[in-house]
Ligand binder design. Structure first.
Ligand SMILES: [Zn+2]
Length: 385
């Protein structure tokens, strides 16, 4: 086997195990795990935990009050000669409520495995499981502790898991995020927009639209003016977008509107653009005399800037090349937990999970032949970082 380079060795170990990988994927997917349904999520957490238990690693189940429990799995080669930590990060919650399986069953057809959460991102967890097995089987020298963290609230903003993710990231030399890759060629996500939302409330003054229009301050007119101003901040080329996606206000046609509000979606590719956008929002002043503005919110997940991924991506690309795989990269318009770790200055590579399509849709699926390949790539990264 020593005529093969390391990624090829892993691939040779993993390719024959595709059926086992699919068996475990089936188990994980048929245990539905919506972010907001704790009992169901906990059941899925138990199944995932069991598979890791079998690997002779330390598995801790971190109990959560409102969300599914988290799993922290530690692989440490006898604890000797180990310096530093690598964090492998993912979530097992899905956006599908329980019962979705009835309409969208787990099935394998035409080289694809379909089902809720296959792509985002249960296949990623399966790949990590087999990457670990390949590492152990190959006796590759792993110099760092490897920590696998499986959380349950990524799809709803990671409010419960954020502290833990950040604490483990701070202890780590690199973070590998097993979110789905992009497109049929499985592009890694080397940059992600930061994402947030803000609320703009306008307070005006109500008055009879016919009898005393001069007494009124129309909150809707004020809001319309503010939205026009905000719209001009969009800069698609720089990756800055701000969109008013919910608006409401007013009560009756003959009453000058006293109150109006807009909820804004905020996105930016760089931390400096994020700060600029937040600053501009806070600096908004009324256009109509007597109107008052109330602004809250901001970015929840800062941007994952490409510089946080560049070195790891170069390594991944060269390891992939050893398997005769040409690895590409892309920028994602949405955030993940990788945004949180990159913002701490910890090198982060995202989109290392499954290859497939249709996340959050009835067509969600993974390409099954890519599973051993991506698992081998992860194993190679873990063995060489
Ligand atoms: Zn995801």
């Amino acid at each position: 086997m020593h005529d093969l380079n390391l990624p090829q060795q892993f691939l040779r170990l993993l390719k024959p195990r595709l059926q086992e990988m699919l068996g475990i994927l089936r188990q994980f997917v048929t245990a539905e795990s919506p972010s907001l349904e704790k009992a169901a999520a906990d059941h899925c957490c138990g199944l995932i935990g069991q598979e890791w238990w079998k690997q002779d690693v330390r598995v801790e189940r971190i109990a959560q009050k409102h969300r599914g429990d988290f799993l922290r799995v530690t692989h440490s080669r006898n604890g000797r000669g180990v310096t530093g930590q690598l964090l492998v990060l993912g979530h097992y919650d899905t956006v599908y409520s329980t019962g979705t399986l009835a309409k969208m069953p787990f099935r394998i057809a035409g080289g694809k495995a379909y089902g809720p959460g296959t792509f985002d991102m249960k296949a990623g967890i399966v790949q990590a499981l087999f990457a670990l097995q390949a590492l152990r089987q190959s006796n590759a020298a792993v110099h760092k502790r490897i920590l696998f963290l499986w959380t349950s609230d990524e799809e709803i903003g990671s409010e419960s898991s954020r502290k833990l993710i950040e604490a483990e990231a701070r202890r780590s030399d690199a973070v590998f995020v097993l979110e789905p890759s992009l497109g049929p060629r499985g592009l890694l996500k080397t940059a992600r927009k930061g994402v947030g939302d803000a609320e703009l409330i306008v307070h005006g003054r109500a008055s009879h639209a016919g009898l005393a229009p001069q007494e009124g301050i129309n909150a809707i007119h004020e809001l319309a003016g503010q939205i026009a101003r905000i719209e001009s901040w969009n800069n698609l080329r720089r990756g800055v977008t701000i969109n008013a996606d919910i608006v409401e206000g007013g009560t009756r046609t003959n009453v000058i509107a006293e109150r109006a509000r807009a909820v804004l979606d905020l996105r930016a590719l760089t931390i400096s653009d994020m700060r600029k956008l937040e600053h501009r929002l806070r600096a908004l002043r009324p256009i109509h005399k007597g109107a008052r503005l109330e602004i809250s919110g901001g970015f929840d997940r800062p941007p994952l800037e490409r510089k946080a991924s560049a070195a790891l991506f170069a390594r991944a690309k060269s390891l992939a090349k050893q398997m005769k795989l040409s690895l590409g990269e892309c920028t994602a318009g949405g955030g993940s937990d990788g945004n949180l770790t990159a913002a701490l200055g910890v090198p982060t590579l995202d989109g290392l999970g499954a290859v497939g399509d249709g996340a959050h849709s009835s067509n969600e699926h993974v390409l099954i032949n890519a599973m051993p390949v991506r698992a081998a790539l992860l194993a190679a990264l873990l063995a060489t970082c």
